[in-house]
Design a protein around this ligand. Structure first.
Ligand SMILES: Nc1nc2c(c(=O)[nH]1)N[C@H]1C(S)=C(S)[C@@H](COP(=O)(O)OP(=O)(O)OC[C@H]3O[C@@H](n4cnc5c(=O)[nH]c(N)nc54)[C@H](O)[C@@H]3O)O[C@H]1N2
Ligand SMILES: Nc1nc2c(c(=O)[nH]1)N[C@H]1C(S)=C(S)[C@@H](COP(=O)(O)OP(=O)(O)OC[C@H]3O[C@@H](n4cnc5c(=O)[nH]c(N)nc54)[C@H](O)[C@@H]3O)O[C@H]1N2
Ligand code: SF4
Ligand SMILES: [Mo]
Length: 732
């Protein structure tokens, strides 16, 4: 393996912090930025805050030059960023300057989805919403209004909706993202992985990445720790049908047939158990049901796994031994976006179990026990009694769902079962791109009496709203306090760096004002957010002033590993690590994961895979002109042999047609050896079709549009989305 420095590693994808600045033409776009502070201040001002280009929430310092927004860097005091932002964070200032931003509240004038609006005042918009919400309340009950939100900005809106009387809330971060993983680990260890992940990547001596494409997935701390591990010569094993950026750092690359990871995991466990390569003491002390587990995996030899996975049995043995050599500092990464095939909670459980064999849970180089700065909540009045159970998972159809299921709310909106949902409030989540099956989403929307979207740009979901509310971007507002469960306790603040350019308002203001209009203003006893923050900060002996100045404060260091004194406790029915799960067995599921063959593409079709670009977040940054400069459209990765067979040339445009006849926008072909022949790959988030997104409209293709099919995870309701197949249309 080649040795590279951390700096070089971060450059592997060609996007260093410097590159962002150089490519972005920051100078010209900066014109006209307004600062929040004294307008006469000359020279440089530094204002600590935290990033919101994704949900990692890196501590940052924004710079003003002569009162104008200049740049943003990492806050060295922040344990998540350690003073460095990822390229998206650095380009985040482009959100403030985006010419396509929403400027004032809008009310729809034509049919839903036609994107015809009139500009209205905040009072008009909020009155309109309050009247409709109260009408829904009278007719169907308050729980007929549901909230979809993603990220810290949703906290205050959620408070308003709860005060109104509804607890129907869901975020795509569960059933479309990390839900299966968290459930798989909860079933095994009694605790979830959480966010940020509780993985001690920097100290791991052997790191196994199953699809986790760190380096393209730019979750900052993990990428920095990954670079650290590479530098320290950790053995990297990457399992991915596509030769990812991470694969280029690996000692072993396993180009697995998509959807067959459980077979590989079972074969690895088979070798590890048969050759007694596991941590015998650890398993004996903390394990439950090991004998049943052992007999269940007895037949899953590497030779059995070979035709399923396409991975050579010798390579399976070699990598199993390599993992074992480095235990307990062997980390089989749990992944994050794990809603792939519908058997995902079981795949995650298999990952949890192989980690248990390595003894890595609770150990250095494995999984730490996170700690969190705790700040007392604001003493709000109790919410009204919720008269109906949540709508998203009736009769506990998905018995192990530990959070709410977005698609459950969507199907209740379509069917009226278990009860009708008539209003959606959607805050900071582009449901058209985040949920599978867009036709189902629009069908649900057509059933609504009220559809409200709170966004910063005219996203696809905003295009379907009755009322669109323009929020201030993160650089222009306060948010709730931020303390993540992590390796150390810390508390961060987001504060305004510049003023909003038009009539945009922060989410706390929108939430409070809407509560007033709904007649539940007593749930917001504070005058403004500064008073709210001051109140909470006083409770911990700090102050708003201190946080505004420092951006981050630290708590006391506590042990986070067993070897540091954490007591090994497992919140499972047996109080141990469950190699055999009686909970699953009693609920009629496999107590030890089993492998089921994935459905194969029909002849001439290829499985559609998707992932991240290092310079974009989901579908939210494509119109940020700084990030757009770095990547304007996505490409479809096609294996060279397949390209030759179909006569496809590099950079040629094609359309993709899926198994249900849905045809995509034009997308550029990337001919490459870096992907298997049975699948194609694209970056998620492109192919915008909202006409008001002038900069991003029609650039590249949308994976979401092609995901008309999905498979529900029977354990927890996650939506496996890697089950769609596409073919090429070359007449474009
Ligand atoms: N097809 C497909 N679907 C997926 C995925 C995929 O890869 N492919 N990934 C899945 C995963 S892992 C996740 S976590 C989810 C992510 O799902 P989402 O969180 O819904 O991601 P985005 O599509 O970026 O939508 C975010 C929306 O918030 C808006 N926004 C940005 N900043 C602000 C703000 O400050 N205030 C407000 N009010 N709005 C703001 C953006 O303009 C955008 O419309 O999607 C899941 N769904
Ligand atoms: N730059 C950037 N970074 C991000 C985000 C972003 O929007 N932009 N979003 C963040 C969020 S919320 C999430 S959830 C993560 C998502 O990122 P991750 O959790 O790291 O990855 P996934 O999206 O699950 O998977 C994408 C990878 O899985 C591979 N893959 C596809 N099918 C299979 C399979 O069957 N088996 C195996 N072994 N591999 C397969 C694909 O080829 C691709 O390399 O990224 C986070 N980081
Ligand atoms: S990982 Fe990047 S985009 Fe996400 S919060 Fe950190 S700096 Fe911002
Ligand atoms: Mo995610």
């Amino acid at each position: 393996m080649n040795h590279i420095s951390r700096r070089k590693f971060l450059r592997i994808s060609g996007f260093t912090v410097g590159a962002v600045a150089a490519a972005s033409g920051i100078g010209p776009v900066l014109k006209g930025a307004k600062r929040i502070n004294d307008k006469r201040i000359k020279g440089i001002q530094k204002i600590p805050t935290f990033c919101d280009v994704c949900f990692w929430k890196c501590g940052a310092i924004a710079y003003l030059n002569d009162g104008k927004l200049w740049k943003i860097e990492g806050n060295p005091e922040d344990p998540l960023s350690k003073g460095r932002l990822c390229p998206r964070g650095t380009g985040g200032i482009g959100a403030h300057f985006d010419p396509d931003r929403l400027r004032s509240p809008l009310i729809r004038t034509k049919a839903r989805g036609k994107e015809e609006w009139k500009e209205v005042t905040w009072d008009e918009a909020l009155d309109y919403i309050a009247v409709k919400m109260n009408k829904i309340k009278t007719q169907y009950g308050p729980e007929a209004v549901a909230l979809f939100a993603h990220g810290i900005g949703g906290n205050f809106i959620k408070h308003t909706i709860n005060a109104f009387g509804s607890q129907n809330f869901a975020a795509p971060s569960f059933s479309q993202c990390r839900g299966p993983r968290d459930v798989g680990f909860e079933l095994t260890y009694g605790e979830a992985i959480g966010s940020p992940e509780r993985t001690d990547i920097e100290n791991s001596k052997c790191l196994v990445l199953i699809g986790s494409h760190l380096g393209e997935n730019m979750h900052n701390s993990q990428v920095q720790e990954f670079a650290e591990a590479v530098q320290k010569d950790a053995v990297i094993i990457v399992v991915d049908p596509r030769f990812s950026v991470a694969a280029s750092k690996a000692k072993y690359y396993l180009p697995i047939k998509p959807g067959t990871d459980i077979a590989l995991l079972l074969a690895w466990m088979n070798v590890i158990v048969k050759e007694k390569l596991y941590d015998v003491d650890y398993v004996t002390k903390y394990g439950f049901g090991f004998e049943q587990f052992e007999s269940e995996i007895n037949d899953y030899t590497p030779e059995w796994a070979y035709p399923e996975t396409g991975i050579d049995p010798d390579l399976i043995r070699l990598t199993a031994r390599e993992m074992s050599k480095n235990k307990p500092s062997t980390l089989i990464h749990p992944g994050r976006h794990t809603s792939w095939y519908g058997d995902d909670a079981q795949r995650s459980r298999a990952i949890a179990l192989i980690n248990a064999l390595m003894g890595s849970w609770g150990r250095k180089g494995g999984f730490f026990y996170p700690t969190k700065y705790s700040v007392p909540d604001y003493p709000y009045p109790a919410y009204p009694e919720f008269k109906k159970p949540k709508v998203d998972n009736p009769d506990k159809k998905y018995p192990f769902a530990s959070e709410e299921i977005t698609t459950g709310i969507r199907s209740a909106t379509i069917t009226g079962n278990p009860y009708p949902i008539k209003g959606w409030v959607v805050c900071a989540t582009n449901l058209m791109n985040a949920l599978p099956d867009q036709a189902e989403t629009t069908k649900a929307i057509q059933n609504l009496d009220l559809m409200v979207v709170i966004d910063v740009i005219p996203s696809e979901i905003a295009g379907w709203a009755d009322v669109v509310l323009p929020e201030s971007v993160y650089l222009e507002r306060y948010d709730d306090l931020h303390s993540s469960p992590f390796k150390e306790k810390f508390l961060g603040i987001r504060q305004p760096v510049v003023e909003s350019p038009n009539d945009q308002k922060p989410n706390w203001w929108i939430a409070k004002k809407l509560a007033d209009k709904l007649g539940v203003g007593n749930y917001f006893p504070w005058k403004d957010i500064e008073e709210y923050l001051e109140f909470r900060l006083t409770k911990i002996g700090s102050s708003l002033d201190e946080l505004k100045k420092k951006g981050i404060i630290h708590g006391q260091k506590v042990p986070i590993f067993f070897e540091e004194g954490i007591e090994p406790k497992f919140d499972t029915p047996s109080g141990k690590i469950e190699f055999y799960s009686t909970q699953l067995q009693q609920a009629g599921f496999d107590p030890v994961p089993k492998y089921k063959k994935p459905e194969q593409p029909p002849p001439g079709y290829f499985r559609l895979l998707f992932g991240r670009s290092p310079v974009h977040s989901f579908s939210r940054t494509q119109s940020n002109r700084i990030l757009m400069d770095m990547m304007e459209e996505n490409e479809i990765w096609v294996n060279s042999d397949i390209a030759q067979k179909y006569g496809l040339k590099n950079a040629q445009h094609v359309k993709l047609k899926n198994q249900d006849g849905v045809v995509s926008n034009k997308i550029k072909v990337k001919v490459t050896e870096r992907i298997r022949t049975d699948c194609v790959y694209m970056v998620h988030g492109f192919g915008h079709n909202s006409r008001m997104l002038k900069g991003a409209f029609g650039k590249g293709a949308s994976d979401a549009q092609l995901i008309t099919k999905y498979v529900n995870d029977p354990l927890m309701g996650g939506t496996g989305m890697n089950v769609n197949f596409v073919t090429f249309e070359t007449e474009v």
